[in-house]
Design a protein around this ligand. Structure first.
Ligand code: TYM
Length: 377
């Protein structure tokens, strides 16, 4: 198993990641607490899509004491957005609604430029705006959402990043990210930039405002650096809540833009969605009679997992589907047809929201926000 910000491969053992990364499991106590604020547990918590955290308890303690916190998450614009990316964003929107929290959303166009030889700077920037449409299509409150493009907002971001970078040695960066002598020096500096938004609200408000980061667990190395440096700059350590990965449509592995045929992109047309889903790997038997006799393995099946992790909110319905699959009562073709319809409807709605977001994006970038607030930073 390899889980880094730039590579996720092998059979992912989430319990082992908690041990290796030194995070904490989301306990029943914490879930109950989260459920109390929201008046019920979000599906992604009930199903343990979010399974691990750091200092979530401290964030909730601060909130109970009447202190607000900010949310921070992001996207590395290397291509169009896929369904996997939406998992942390949908849950972040839920947290924004429940806690009326401000969200800083970072686009690391610089990171993607630095690690990909195919991407020009112009293309990386253009993808930031494309991906921003998807972010706002999820339904974030524009009054409480600030978009950051590392390239567009380079002046402010660079000045804050050097304050962080000065506290991070090359040996720490190598140990955390596995950088080699052949790594370019831009990417070695880059983790300082991903740490900056953790502290922006504190900088603008000139007081310590805690930060909670919802993201998949692949981003965790960045937070080790940010947490190490935070007290040296007089800020609280940023807290995290980590989710698991939505699988791709192939056998094993997360949904990843580097394998487009195994991804459902938010810009896909209905025909491509149908084709990709109908060609997907499943957890079913190799023949119909074997499937009827022995049943399928829903927990290894991307089609079932799309229902479980993202689409079917009704626990009873998802439980029934799992049982039917295990007993061989539903065939993979039938299941694929049901899920293909749901995905098509979901993407169609998302594309409408994406178009509606087009007019609002420009005003949400950090430079515009600071202008409106009269903040010089
Ligand atoms: P990126 O663009 O690789 O991923 C964006 C977000 O999606 C999550 N993710 C997934 N979640 C579930 N299933 C998947 N198959 C899947 N693939 C990706 C990632 O964990 C991430 O939350 N360097 C970052 C951009 C970034 C960022 C942040 C992310 C900047 N600041 C703060 C999270 C929080 C990146 O390239 O993400």
């Amino acid at each position: 198993m390899v889980v880094t910000p730039w590579e996720v491969s092998g059979e992912i053992d989430y319990e082992k990641l908690i041990r290796e990364f030194g995070t904490k499991p989301l306990t029943d106590d914490l879930l109950e607490r989260l459920g109390r604020y929201a008046g019920g547990l979000h599906m992604m918590l009930r199903r343990r899509v979010f399974f691990s955290h750091r200092d979530l308890d401290l964030i909730l303690d601060a909130y109970d004491d009447g202190r607000e916190f900010i949310l921070y998450t992001g996207r590395g614009p290397s291509g169009q957005t896929h369904l996997g990316h939406l998992i942390p964003w949908i849950f972040t929107k839920h947290l924004q609604d429940v806690f009326s929290a401000k969200l800083y959303f970072q686009f690391t166009d610089d990171e993607k430029f630095l690690i990909s030889h195919e991407l020009t700077r112009e293309k990386a920037m253009a993808l930031t705006y494309e991906n921003a449409l998807d972010v706002m299509a999820v339904g974030f409150d524009p009054e409480r959402t600030i978009l950051i493009s590392n390239m567009r907002n380079a002046g402010l971001m660079y000045n804050r990043a050097i304050e962080i970078a000065r506290h991070v040695t090359l040996s720490t960066a190598k140990a955390v990210f596995g950088f080699k002598d052949s790594s370019n020096i831009g990417i070695i500096f880059f983790p300082a930039l991903q740490a900056v938004p953790c502290f922006l609200e504190s900088i603008f408000e000139e007081r310590d405002v805690p930060c909670l980061i919802p993201a998949a667990i692949d981003q965790d190395p960045y937070w080790r650096i940010a947490r190490d440096v935070a007290p040296k700059l007089g800020f609280s350590k940023p807290a995290q809540i980590h989710c698991r990965f939505l699988p791709g449509l192939g056998k094993g592995g997360k949904m990843s833009s580097s394998m487009p045929e195994t991804c459902i992109f938010t810009t896909d047309d209905p025909k491509s969605i149908e084709r990709k889903i109908m060609n997907a790997f499943t957890g079913g038997g190799s023949t119909i009679s074997e499937h009827r006799e022995r049943g399928g393995r829903p927990q290894e099946c991307p089609i079932f997992l799309y229902e479980y992790l993202l689409f079917e909110e009704d626990d009873a319905k998802v439980g029934e589907l799992m049982d039917k699959c295990r007993r061989g009562e539903i065939l993979c073709g039938e299941c694929k047809a049901i899920v293909a319809e749901k995905v098509k409807r979901f993407i169609e709605r998302h594309q409408e929201m994406r178009e509606r977001a087009r007019g609002m994006i420009e005003d949400l970038f950090l430079d515009r926000y600071l202008e409106r607030r009269g903040i010089r930073a």
